[in-house]
Design a protein around this ligand. Structure first.
Ligand SMILES: *[C@@H]1O[C@H](CO)[C@@H](O)[C@H](O)[C@H]1NC(C)=O
Length: 136
């Protein structure tokens, strides 16, 4: 049997050691993409829009997703909405609309991926700008 003083010391020591442990790290620490245009943008009918997403943390890829969460196509002569600049190892991506229409309304998400499964996203709601009703 240990003398009572030694037992008290070992309990005190193990409490101190437990308290000194760093807090557990989250399983997938998040990246924090920033959409330069804020959380909602109204675009005029058949207007052009250019949205910019960037990430301050080290990032492998930044990608825009449409309201159904599908990746957007890269530029083509006929695409009315597409992304640019989301190549590997670039910390930013652009989302462009050539002729914004009602079917394009919705929540678009910018998804950033880094090493070791790091991920994060930000989103912006795009709406069709309604013509202002003239006041009498
Ligand atoms: C979004 O932000 C970028 C960068 O600041 C700017 O060039 C662009 O015109 C903005 N787009 C809209 C639709 O406001």
């Amino acid at each position: 049997m240990w003398p009572p003083s030694s037992l008290a010391l070992s309990v005190a020591l193990s409490v101190a050691l437990t308290a000194a442990l760093p807090p557990p790290r989250p399983a997938t620490p998040a990246l924090h993409p920033i959409i330069a245009n804020g959380s909602s943008v109204a675009v005029p009918y058949m207007g052009e829009a250019f949205l910019f997403c960037w990430v301050a943390e080290p990032t492998r890829q930044v990608q825009w997703r449409d309201p159904s969460h599908a990746p957007l196509p890269a530029w083509s002569p006929t695409a009315s909405r597409y992304h640019l600049g989301s190549g590997k190892h670039l910390p930013h991506a652009y989302l462009l609309f050539r002729d914004f229409r009602q079917e394009h309304e919705g929540v678009y998400t910018c998804v950033a991926r880094g090493g070791a499964g790091l991920e994060g996203s930000a989103s912006v709601t795009l709406t069709l700008q309604r013509p202002s009703v003239p006041r009498p």
